[in-house]
Design a protein around this ligand. Structure first.
Ligand code: SF4
Ligand code: MG
Length: 334
């Protein structure tokens, strides 16, 4: 399969008066063409910082991509000029955010906002831009597009506004769409419709999607693969099946246990005790040590290397590392 994006050893820091926050600490992942990768984790785990880094939207200062490469179709985005990046953003890579209202300009019609990107980046006539805008309105399921193009954001419901935001993001036919909590601000039935829309769009356009979310329900619906982030690191990655049916990292298991499941009605949800570590001075060992019921002596001292459980399933946990098993066995037989 063709990789459209490959992130290698990405580090992002923020310098504050209180010290340096190590928000992203050596993240590696790839995205195949046409697939949906979900990046999940609690707030503050670095998932949004990671996606902002891909878009080169880390405010510098105080933020900085301090190490790593972000290969998009072979080009390292950490090295292109801001001018080049402006030609990539919204054209090759688009991003949509949680709140559709802040993404739209209340003083401009939907039509104007839809056509803006097209006119800016492609030399198209007004008639062509309008035709494309109507097509996009149709793709995202907005009825009466002819009439609706003349209206303003406040004349649309929250769900319809998010559809418009998605249409704007897709009008230049990007190859990569990054959606950061795209359904969090919407009510449950509308959420489901927007998720279906993502699937429909991916089917129609072949766009590759990175979905950033804290909501495993969203992930279950549309992700192909899932990367779980904790304290600035990806601690487990696998196909949706692997992560949901065969999670190996104690944090991933904890996340899954803390989510309501329709098939286990009445069963108690088990929240994960404790809080993530301080990213001003993150631990050198496994960052989950303080909360992990299986923590061993080695965990606190040395960060576990990646263990491959299958071609697609990888985890950073000493429980899966042969050397830890040896160390334990030796300790038991002594
Ligand atoms: Fe728990 Fe150790 Fe695995 Fe970290 S490395 S998740 S502390 S068992
Ligand atoms: Mg999919």
């Amino acid at each position: 399969m063709e990789k459209i994006l490959e992130v290698k050893d990405l580090h992002v820091t923020f310098t504050t008066y209180g010290g340096t926050v190590k928000a992203v600490r050596g993240v590696n992942f790839y995205l195949n063409k046409g697939e949906t990768l979900a990046i999940v984790g609690e707030s503050g785990c670095g998932k949004s910082v990671t996606s902002n880094a891909i878009m080169r939207l880390i405010p510098d200062p105080p933020g900085k991509i301090s190490n790593g490469t972000i290969l998009f179709k072979g080009t390292d985005l950490t090295r292109v000029s801001e001018k080049e990046m402006r030609g990539i953003r919204g054209v090759d890579i688009s991003m949509i955010f949680q709140d559709p209202m802040t993404a739209l300009n209340p003083t401009l019609t939907i039509g104007t906002q839809l056509m803006e990107g097209l006119k800016q980046h492609h030399k198209v006539s007004g008639a062509e831009a309008r035709k494309k805008a109507l097509e996009m309105m149709d793709l995202v399921g907005i009825p009466n597009p002819d009439e609706r193009l003349k209206q303003y954001p406040h004349q649309f419901s929250g769900g319809m506004r998010q559809r418009i935001v998605i249409a704007i993001a897709l009008i230049c036919e990007p190859e990569l769409l990054i959606a950061d909590e795209p359904t969090t601000a919407l009510d449950v039935t509308i959420q489901a419709q927007i998720l279906e829309l993502f699937e429909k769009i991916q089917h129609a356009t072949g766009v590759s999607i990175i979905l950033i979310t804290h909501d495993l329900g969203v992930v279950a619906k549309i992700a192909d693969r899932i990367a779980v982030m904790y304290a600035g690191k990806i601690i487990e990655v696998g196909t949706k099946r692997e992560i949901f049916y065969n999670p190996e990292h104690p944090y991933t298991k904890g996340l899954l246990n803390s989510v309501p499941r329709l098939d286990l009605q009445g069963e108690k949800l088990i929240p994960i005790d404790g809080t993530p570590p301080d990213l001003f001075s993150p631990p050198t060992g496994c960052p989950f040590t303080a909360r992990c019921p299986f923590a061993m002596e080695v965990c606190d001292k040395v960060y576990p290397e990646v263990s491959a459980l299958s071609d697609s399933h990888q985890v950073n946990c000493w429980l899966q590392d042969e050397r830890a098993k040896q160390l334990l066995a030796e300790a038991v037989t002594k």
